[in-house]
Design a protein around this ligand. Structure first.
Ligand SMILES: NC(=O)C1=CN([C@@H]2O[C@H](COP(=O)(O)OP(=O)(O)OC[C@H]3O[C@@H](n4cnc5c(N)ncnc54)[C@H](OP(=O)(O)O)[C@@H]3O)[C@@H](O)[C@H]2O)C=CC1
Ligand SMILES: O=C(O)CCC(=O)C(=O)O
Length: 434
């Protein structure tokens, strides 16, 4: 068993009820039950002091029936092959839920990037790409940012691939800096999309004119942009947490200055933004992460890592609505308990899909060699996400099932239909070679 205690096995539990559906063929059922492949690589890194360290990395391709694999790369000390495989499963479901022509993939390196210098980080990022040249590619498997990776890192990685290929291949990675083939709007896309999904849900529940109080766990790319946009849209962000702790203010917090303070010194390190000096303009209370999760807010937003809510702390949760921006932040046991208590969970495979939707737009722009304005990106994101979220919500209401179950059905049916459409002789499509 891995450090994450069988994350893929826990993730696959959601498939079980769907597998009884007669629309899912036996072949599709079998092929959906494990990843196509999980590649493990050792990446040697010359440290600034001249010593050599070796880091382990992975890239998992869960399924590529509907198109090339797609999914981010995570740098974190707890990354394992099992975690990456689970994340690639969620990517496969997510891309199908919002009807993108992609399969699911994910990658990661077991490393604490906060312990590396900028040059070490660049060498490691480039080394990861060199190690995986045979499995990634613009029509094979297309990485993007995830936890502790960003557009700078995607730029280094795309450049490493370009050097190895001997030509520009911009569509090999998304989330790059604008100017190096990156799309406008990608950085904020995950948070923007999550807010749109929440807004649609709140409107359906007749709560659009209220000013919900929200608490946000995770203040990185996804959590910050969500909090900033939600604050601007009139939500009251009463609490924010990063890996070091949480701050709370009943009157509401303005996420932008908090973010600016947090990032004054270094892009990737966690700053102690909840020190009194940092928030000296307003009175804030300090909370632990567990206290933030237990706040009596209208919406609890999970934007950090997997298993934030498990059977150990689920009974303390008081929010009636949970928005999953992180992938897999609620384990199965906790999910069942929340359902028993009629807590609405807006699931990750829909709520955080804004990022990959704009990644798809970046890939399309790279292939066209022409670039859209930020307004155009936002319009296209809103159009796709609005249509697909409505389908999920309508299905959930019509079938009287959870939003997670409705989203999974939407995604899995599309993948299974694509698998069946290819016939019986297509067993594996690793897409290696030139
Ligand atoms: N980036 C994207 O486009 C997408 C991201 N996601 C998912 O969203 C989640 C966050 O990703 P992203 O924002 O990109 O990652 P980042 O690395 O930018 O941010 C992660 C944030 O989570 C915080 N954090 C880490 N551990 C904890 C903890 N135990 N308690 C509270 N906060 C914690 C970090 O704290 P600190 O700042 O102190 O390090 C950081 O603020 C992940 O699950 C990711 O897979 C999903 C779809 C797309
Ligand atoms: O933008 C992408 O391709 C994938 C982002 C991601 O890793 C995710 O949605 O979890």
């Amino acid at each position: 068993m891995t450090k994450n205690g069988g994350l893929l096995a826990d993730a696959l539990v959601h498939l079980k009820p769907l597998m009884d559906d007669e629309r899912i063929s036996d072949d599709a059922r079998r092929r959906l039950s494990q990843p196509n492949r999980v590649v493990e690589v050792e990446i040697p890194l010359r440290m600034d002091d001249g010593s050599l360290k070796v880091f382990t990395g992975w890239r998992s391709l869960y399924d590529n029936t509907r198109g090339p694999g797609k999914g981010g790369i995570r740098f974190h000390p707890n990354v394992t092959g099992d975690e990456v495989a689970a994340l690639s499963f969620w990517m496969a479901v997510k891309c199908a839920v919002v009807d993108l022509p992609f399969g699911g993939a994910k990658g990661g390196i077991c490393v604490d990037p906060k312990q590396l210098s900028r040059l070490e980080l660049e060498r490691l990022s480039r080394g990861y790409i060199r190690a995986l040249l045979d499995v990634i590619g613009p029509d094979r498997d297309i990485p993007a940012p995830d936890v502790n990776t960003n557009e700078t890192i995607m730029g280094w990685m795309a450049d490493e691939y370009r050097q190895a290929a001997g030509r520009h291949q911009r569509g090999v990675i998304t989330g790059k800096p604008p100017g190096h083939g990156g799309s406008l709007g990608r950085t904020a896309a995950t948070g923007r999309g999550a807010l749109q999904v929440l807004n649609i849900w709140e409107r359906r529940r007749g709560r659009a004119d209220q000013r919900p109080r929200i608490a946000v766990q995770g203040f990185g790319n996804a959590g910050f942009h969500f909090a900033r946009l939600a604050h601007d849209a009139g939500y009251r962000v009463v609490a924010i947490a990063d890996s070091r702790g949480a701050i709370y203010r009943e009157e509401g917090l303005d996420p932008l200055p908090i973010w600016e303070r947090k990032h004054e010194s270094s892009e990737l390190s966690g700053q102690v933004y909840c020190e009194e000096t940092v928030c000296s303009e307003v009175e804030v209370d300090k909370l632990t992460n567990e206290e933030l999760l237990a706040l009596d807010v209208d919406v609890l937003v999970l934007a950090a890592l997997e298993n934030a809510i498990t059977e150990k702390n689920v009974d303390a949760i008081r929010a009636p609505t949970i928005l999953e921006i992180a992938n897999g932040p609620i384990n199965n046991a906790a999910d069942r308990k929340l359902a028993e208590r009629d807590v609405t969970v807006i699931p990750d495979v829909l709520a955080n899909s804004g990022g990959v939707i704009v990644s798809h737009l970046e890939w399309v722009q790279n292939r066209m060699g022409d670039y859209w304005s930020e307004d155009e990106i936002e319009r296209r994101l809103a159009e796709r996400l609005g249509e697909q979220a409505d389908l999920v919500f309508e299905r959930a209401i019509a079938e009287d099932e959870s939003l997670r179950s409705a989203a999974y059905r939407q995604g899995i049916e599309r993948i299974a239909m694509a698998m069946d459409g290819l016939g019986t002789e297509r067993y594996f499509c690793g897409d290696t070679g030139p």
